[in-house]
Design a protein around this ligand. Structure first.
Ligand SMILES: Nc1nc2c(c(=O)[nH]1)N[C@H]1C(S)=C(S)[C@@H](COP(=O)(O)O)O[C@H]1N2
Ligand SMILES: [Mo]
Length: 319
C-alpha cells in the first residue's frame, strides 16, 4: 500500500536560497514549461515515487567548492529512477521495495590490510567530519545522467580511521545483502553481495564522497541508505550503495559487474566518451528530464581534478 505524503516540500525549504533562485532563473531562461515533459524520449519517472515519505533534514550543511552549478534533477527523478538491483532490475523497483531494508542499527567494518581494524556505527561515521552538500553529475553506464545534491563527508575521513599497511593498494566495498529484505537477490542477476573496488588513491581522492543524504535530507533507502559511495568521475555502478564492509587489500578487487561480464565492465570504469560499451556508444548521454542528448565529457567533466591519477595509463586498455 502506498502512503500518501502530506504535502510537497518546496525546494526552497531544503536548498540554499541562492541555489534555488538560480535554478528558477535557469528554468525560465531555458523556456522550459510543463509541456517540455510531454515530449517523447524524456525518461519516465514512476508515479509512485511522488508519494514516497521523505527523510529527516540534515544540517547545517557546508556547500562544497566541488559542486557544479548545473540545474538539479528533481527529487522525484533522483529517488524514483534508480539502479539498486537487490530490489529488482526495473528503474521503479527500488522505490517500490527498498522500504523493506533495515538501516538501523547499522555498522561498517574497516578490515584487511590495516594496523587497527575497526567497526563503526553509522552515528559515529556521521561525527567524523562536517556534513557537506556536494552537487555532482552522476553518469550511468546506460548513457543517462543526472545532477544530484548529495550530502556527505569525504570518504578519506572514514578511511583515515584505520592505518593501512604499506602493502595495501586497493579498497573493496562490500554492500548489504539480506534476501529476506531484498527480493532482487533471489534471482542470480549478479553474484551477491554487490561488491565494488577502487585503487586506494582513488578512494582517498577529495572528490570521493561517502554520501548519507540528498536534497538536504537523510538518504532514502533506494539511493543507498544509510551510507553509500559516490565516485563522480566513474560510471554510476562504481558508487556502491548501503556499504557494510571496507576491506583494504593488495590485489585489485573483483567487482560484481566485472565478475558478471568483464568484457563490458572493467575495474576502472572511468567515464570515457572515447571507449564505447561493446553494445552501445558512450559518446552521448541523456540527462534525465531532457530531450536532446548531451556530449559525454571525459571523466564526466572532472578531468582537471582526477586525470593525474591515470598519467601514463592506456585508458582503452584499463577501461
Ligand atoms: N548495492 C548496489 N549499489 C549500486 C547499484 C546496485 O544495483 N546495487 N547500482 C549502481 C548503479 S548502476 C548506479 S547508476 C548507481 C545509481 O545510484 P542512484 O540510484 O542513487 O542514482 O548506483 C550504483 N550502486
Ligand atoms: Mo549505472
Amino acid at each position: 500500500m502506498l502512503i500518501k505524503r502530506p504535502a510537497d516540500i518546496a525546494p526552497s525549504e531544503i536548498t540554499p536560497r541562492s541555489l534555488f533562485d538560480g535554478r528558477r532563473d535557469f528554468i525560465r531562461a531555458a523556456g522550459l514549461g510543463a509541456g517540455a515533459a510531454l515530449l517523447g524520449g524524456v525518461l519516465p519517472v514512476p508515479a509512485h515515487a511522488q508519494t514516497a515519505a521523505r527523510g529527516a533534514k540534515l544540517g547545517p550543511l557546508a556547500r562544497s567548492a566541488f559542486s557544479t552549478d548545473e540545474k538539479l534533477n528533481d527529487y522525484q527523478d533522483i529517488t524514483g529512477y534508480c539502479n539498486f538491483y537487490e530490489f529488482g532490475t526495473d528503474k521503479g523497483d527500488p522505490a517500490r521495495n527498498a522500504h523493506r531494508m533495515t538501516t538501523r542499527p547499522w555498522t561498517v567494518s574497516l578490515e584487511g590490510m590495516v594496523q587497527k581494524p575497526k567497526t563503526l556505527a553509522i552515528e559515529d561515521v556521521l561525527r567524523l567530519a562536517p556534513l557537506e552538500e556536494r552537487i555532482y553529475r552522476l553518469r550511468c553506464v546506460e548513457a543517462w545522467s543526472m545532477v544530484v545534491p548529495w550530502v556527505g563527508i569525504p570518504m578519506s575521513a572514514l578511511l583515515k580511521q584505520v592505518e593501512p599497511l604499506t602493502g595495501a593498494k586497493y579498497v573493496e566495498f562490500v554492500t548489504y545483502h539480506n534476501p529476506k529484505e531484498m527480493p532482487g537477490t533471489l534471482l542470480p542477476v549478479l553474484d551477491w553481495p554487490y561488491v565494488e573496488g577502487l585503487r586506494l588513491d582513488e578512494a582517498m581522492h577529495p572528490l570521493t564522497l561517502l554520501a548519507v543524504g540528498l536534497y538536504g535530507e537523510v538518504l532514502p533507502n533506494q539511493n543507498g541508505a544509510p551510507m553509500r559511495l559516490i565516485v563522480p568521475w566513474k560510471y554510476g555502478f562504481k558508487s556502491a550503495k548501503s556499504i557494510v564492509k571496507i576491506r583494504f587489500t593488495d590485489k585489485e578487487p573483483l567487482s560484481a559487474w566485472t565478475r558478471a561480464n568483464g568484457r563490458e565492465y572493467g575495474f576502472y570504469s572511468n567515464v570515457n566518451p572515447e571507449v564505447d560499451h561493446p553494445r552501445w556508444s558512450q559518446a552521448r548521454e541523456r540527462r534525465l528530464g531532457e530531450f536532446t542528448k548531451r556530449k559525454t565529457l571525459m571523466f564526466n567533466g572532472y578531468g582537471d581534478q582526477v586525470a593525474s591519477l591515470y598519467t601514463g595509463m592506456d585508458l582503452k586498455k584499463y577501461f
